[in-house]
Design a protein around this ligand. Structure first.
Ligand code: F3S
Length: 77
């Protein structure tokens, strides 16, 4: 299983993740990314389905500040 969470303290609102994986990431009022998949609210507790793994990987690889965290267990943020 995979889970994801955005470290907003290091996000620079570059906008790449939401363009790459719009089903997983969106932006708050300040343009900082957050996980919106299935109402996750950037808690990192929602399991990402396998059909989105490619998007997830691409978003993680594309973030210039390594703010997109991915793990096999929930983040509980
Ligand atoms: Fe922020 Fe990285 Fe996305 S800088 S907007 S988390 S690609």
């Amino acid at each position: 299983a995979k889970y994801t969470w955005v470290e907003k303290d290091t996000c620079i609102a570059c906008g790449a993740c939401g363009a790459t994986a719009p089903d997983i990431y969106d932006y708050d009022d300040e343009g900082l990314a957050e996980v919106i998949f299935d109402g996750d609210s950037n808690t990192g507790n929602t399991e990402i389905p396998e059909d989105l793994y490619d998007d997830l990987q691409d978003a993680q690889d594309g973030c210039p500040t390594d703010s997109i965290k991915v793990a096999d267990a929930p983040f509980n943020k």
